[in-house]
Design a protein around this ligand. Structure first.
Ligand code: DX5
Ligand code: ZN
Length: 218
């Protein structure tokens, strides 16, 4: 499979030095920014001001994962802040089609995320509205959790549903992705891999990134 991408998550990096932490992974293609609001998930992280600051200092595009309530209201601000792809959770969106179109119209790439218990089938016919589908492989909220194997059949079905419709989108997995689990994700049809603790838990994040990156040829 060609063109697999790995996007390190800065969730487990040092929150007081995020600019410097991003600079520690110069070989990353893009950087995954986990936005949490203490409501959709029991954790609180960054807002648009942080995204704007990172967009100025980082050399890579920012992949913003919004784990927030009411993304219909808040997501467009992350495009304005300089986010390249903006992924909202479908469980929190009132009008996912309208929101995806709004993100695209603002110049962003539209992403939609599914929690582990959210099936992909109800959304089969709106995959064409998306640039990215994120299948969570842990319950969202925290880094360092154990990969949920039960999510893999959904990755496979999502790829199948997209293929059947001739839809080209990035199929991303997020949560517990490591050297041990990345091969199974790629085999199921994922082409974009978020890795948090596997990268930032290493002494040299960029070296670890390079090791994970080699798994592109699983
Ligand atoms: C979890 C976040 C993930 C997290 C992944 O809710 O969406 O992006 O940073 O961390 P690891 O790779 O440690 O599971
Ligand atoms: Zn994430």
């Amino acid at each position: 499979t060609a063109d697999l991408q790995i996007t390190p998550s800065i969730l487990n990096a040092d929150p007081g030095a995020l600019g410097a932490e991003v600079a520690r992974i110069p070989s990353a293609d893009l950087v995954h920014v986990d936005v949490m609001d203490n409501h959709f998930v029991p954790n609180l992280t960054f807002g648009p001001a942080m995204v704007e600051s990172l967009a100025r200092s980082a050399s890579q595009p920012l992949d913003c994962h919004l784990m927030i309530e009411d993304p219909d209201r808040w997501a467009p601000a992350y495009v304005e802040a300089g986010g390249t792809s903006i992924t909202f959770h479908v469980e929190a969106a009132a009008a996912p089609v309208r929101l995806a179109r709004e993100i695209r119209a603002a110049g962003g790439r539209a992403g939609m995320a599914l929690r582990p218990a959210t099936p992909v089938e109800p959304y089969a016919d709106l995959l064409g509205e998306l640039d990215l589908l994120l299948v969570m492989t842990v319950e969202p909220g925290f880094g360092g959790q154990k990969f949920l194997d039960l999510c893999l059949p959904k990755v496979r079905r999502a790829r199948q549903l997209a293929d059947e419709r001739g839809v080209e989108l990035r199929l991303q997995v997020d949560g517990g992705v490591s050297l041990e689990t990345i091969g199974r994700c790629a085999e199921a049809g994922a082409d974009t891999f978020v890795a948090g603790s596997a990268v930032y838990g290493a002494d040299d994040p960029d070296a670890m990134y390079a090791v994970v990156e080699r798994e592109r040829r699983y």
